[in-house]
Design a protein around this ligand. Sequence first.
Ligand SMILES: [Zn+2]
Length: 309
Amino acid sequence: MTVATAACATCGSAGAVREHDAADYITGETFGVYRCPACDVAFTAPRPASMDAYYPSRYRRYARPVAALLRALYALRVRRWAANRTPGRALEVGCGAGWMLHALSRRGWQVVGLERTGEQAQFAAQELGVPVMVGGIERLPELGSFDLIFLFHVLEHLDVPSAALRACAERLRPGGRLIVAVPNYASWQSRYGRGGWFHLDVPRHLYHFTPAALSRLLREAGLTPTAVRYASWEHDPYGWVQSIQNRLGLAHNALTRTLMGLTPAPRGRLLSLALAALLTPPACVLAVLSWMAGAGAIMEITAVREGTT
Ligand SMILES: [Zn+2]
């Protein structure tokens, strides 16, 4: 691989170094993952002018048992967030089907979601009764102020994450919390998988954060990071299974393509399914060990806006 450099998409410094060639499993195109030595944020380049070609129509539509399992995991997470707190106002940026907001509202929170697509927003509103505004972060000021704002696997998709974090910080009441979950570029899984790491997910993920880099962006937004958690049963073991298969030389993300029913069917799809069954137990062990070591594949950072209510 030739050493290539680019200007940093976050801080503008010249000299970001190409660390990986990474393939998109939807289109087969290759992108570069660059890391900035000045601000430590990694980013995907080139950045597509339009993302339309990179999202299949079946993206994030789950089979019924998978959906039930995800909802149960989300409910547990929300229970932790709400524990020992007086219910207040909560906002989810990029709320998808609205499952987490729904779980919070059942605990007495006043909730609202923000979602880019009208289709998802309609689902959340009609099926779950969760109010959702259609649009991007430019609509935040219309929504008022909050005790809790969360972005779950959203920040890495945004054009300018630092601006999004500042916009969220401005909407927090004193003492309010911002919770951000993204893949961890410094994880064991990332270092093992390299350009074949499942959670690189180029070009949909425009940015790749380490805990230190994201903490710094949060501080620059005026917030104080207070906790980092790594436990993510829905993303971490699966990332190991798929990343190991990629490193073993199976067709890139063959398992994911098979499970999503993408066409054409990938080469070796039966092998990838059989290997997945074999790899799942060790993947769970690797995930838990990496969480204990502070190097899990997914990180959830909580940051607080200082001040008293
Ligand atoms: Zn930079």
